[in-house]
Design a protein around this ligand. Sequence first.
Ligand code: PEP
Length: 248
Amino acid sequence: MTNNIYFIANWKMYGSTTSLNSLNKLINLSRLKKYKRARIIYFPPFTLIKDFVTKFKKTKISVGAQNCHQIENYGSFTGSISAKMLKDLGCNYVILGHSENRMSGETDFDINKKILSAINKNLKIIFCIGETIKEKKNKLTHYVLKKQINNGLKNVKNFKNIFIAYEPVWSIGTGIIPTKKELENNVSKIKKLLAKKTKLKLQILYGGSVNSKNLSNLRNISGINGFLVGSASQNTKNFIDIIKKTIN
Ligand code: PEP
């Protein structure tokens, strides 16, 4: 991997105000010259966003949210948070299209509206795509990637804030990762699909059971610019190990 390397920490529905103490070591690491290529971005639950923004204030670590509502400003949507509200909190990023949200009913159509709202509010978007195990077994992976990209990015004119996270659903939280050949093939397909939409070279991340033990199989995959890490990022020591083993 060359240039900047992205390390996304998705804390899902975990963490409390006491979890922030563990981040000091990571802040120290982020200041070392050796790791200046590391672009670290935390996605805590909504409840901790403000604390994370404050904690990382004098660092180059960014903060994002794990989802947002499709209406970009304000509205009568009980329990929802808009892109405008995230921006107001100090967020610079949002994850959209995560498979855990797709599984609870979020459609490509909803995701597209959310992406457009986040673009309007100048948030950077980690757009998650990936096939389920059934789709993989039925050799539908490329079909699914095409559908998710075309539907999710419909009417998008400005791609500069879009990152793609390729996350095979069968790999998330299972400890199973794709083979090098499989991953490179799917990443290359994603790049071809994106090239039809924009001249910009979007950052492509891989997500799915990344940990410090399997990193040696992932760090040399051509075409990827970093990792979206779920469970292993919730333990700061593990997350630091991932960063160290990627940039050594
Ligand atoms: C994720 O939350 O997107 C993810 C990849 O989780 P995990 O690393 O736990 O598989």
